[in-house]
Design a protein around this ligand. Structure first.
Ligand code: HEC
Ligand code: HEC
Length: 313
């Protein structure tokens, strides 16, 4: 009996030692450095490209990078839970040193696809776009190179992110870089509503990321395999630091089962829920989506397996 206890005791001690060692390792080691994929891509900045890039950026980039004058200088991410540390976004204006003025189009492309920056590091909380159509990624790059007011060089820089232990662990072990696409990804056929909606929900605006169970268990390469795909319940913070759970956007009766197409357009484009309330941050009105795109999302979500809303609220 005594020896068994002793034996168990030493196992526990060993485990504790191992865990403590691992935590110390994660907190002191320098960030992981990845091999940077090469891309010689150059993007021609046309008015059409920059305009579509701006349209997407207004839904995908600006919320996280803009200061209160709408310049993309980077800022404290108030909606990142404190347990990840103090997370700041970066200056992505054309400033040569503080912004991304010196990055090549290829370097921006690689980072948007994989999350890997020119120095081989990855950041925390910058989303990746591994499934977006080639032409849409190019349009975002064209916008970044355009004369848009919010991208004019600004001599201002948000402080560096102070990741917590959990933040570092997630950065280096969970939110891994995604691979470069092996073939050129085409835009969906806009006459096929379901295909168009699937593209917006899973690959472009990525509604699924917020609307599935948790960012930690989302599957960026195969979105429909994310835990609780589109069933909501993802705990997120508003700008006051209060938890707002994402809602169930499957067609179950506990989700959006009773929404008509018109009511759905009102909710997605103008933030007006069926019950008359305004959607709360971090859900924002997506006025830049076309009605056809929102009808596509509606048609696609009808094909998604229904899930019951968990008893969070
Ligand atoms: C959820 C918030 C969020 C969104 C949305 C977002 N970013 Fe970021 N972005 C960040 C954060 C945070 C960082 C800093 C990551 C780090 O620690 O390096 C960052 C870093 C970057 C960097 C690297 C800059 C540098 O000097 O290291 C670029 C470029 C960038 N973002 C561009 C974009 C573009 C373009 C979009 C839209 C397609 C976008 N971001 C959308 C939060 C966001
Ligand atoms: C940044 C995270 C985020 C993104 C991206 C996002 N949503 Fe939301 N959405 C939320 C949250 C959180 C709520 C709940 C807001 C509330 O309770 O007031 C919500 C609410 C909604 C509602 C209201 C549902 C109801 O129960 O009345 C609809 C519809 C919706 N989102 C659809 C979408 C669609 C479609 C997209 C993609 C175009 C999308 N959302 C993108 C976070 C997000």
């Amino acid at each position: 009996m005594k020896t068994t206890l002793k034996f168990l005791g030493s196992i526990v001690a060993l485990i504790i030692l191992f865990v403590a060692g691992f935590l110390a390792y994660v907190s002191f080691k320098s960030p992981k450095i990845y091999t940077v994929p090469t891309s010689n891509l150059t993007v021609e900045v046309t008015t059409e490209r920059a305009a579509n890039g701006q349209r997407m950026a207004s839904m995908l980039c600006i919320q996280c990078h803009a200061n209160d004058q709408n310049q993309l200088t980077g800022k404290l991410m108030k909606d990142v839970p404190a347990e990840f540390g103090q997370v700041y976004s970066k200056n992505i204006t054309a400033h040569p040193d503080l912004g991304i003025g010196k990055w090549t189009d290829g370097e921006i492309y690689v980072m948007l696809r994989t999350g890997i920056k020119p120095d081989g590091t990855t950041g925390l909380f910058m989303p990746k776009f591994p499934l977006m159509a080639e032409e849409d990624v190019k349009d975002i790059i064209a916008w970044l190179r355009s004369a848009d007011y919010s991208l004019a060089p600004v001599e201002d820089e948000a402080p560096a992110t102070q990741a917590s232990l959990l933040g570092k662990f997630l950065r280096d072990f969970v939110f891994k870089p995604t691979p470069m696409p092996s073939t050129s990804i085409a835009r969906p056929d806009t006459n096929n509503l379901v295909a168009l909606g699937e593209y917006v929900v899973n690959k472009q605006i990525a509604c699924f990321a917020c609307h599935s169970k948790d960012f930690k268990t989302m599957n960026e390469l195969e979105p429909t395999k994310s835990e609780g795909y589109c069933g909501g319940g993802n705990p997120m913070l508003n700008l006051q630091g209060e938890v707002v759970y994402s809602t169930n956007i499957t067609f179950d009766e506990t989700g959006i089962g009773s929404y008509t197409e018109d009511e759905f357009i009102q909710a997605v484009k103008y933030g007006k829920k069926k019950n008359g309330e305004q959607v709360r941050y971090p859900m924002v009105p997506h006025t830049q989506l076309t009605d056809t795109e929102v009808k596509g999302i509606y048609a696609y979500l009808k094909t998604v397996p229904k899930l019951k809303t968990l008893s969070v609220k």
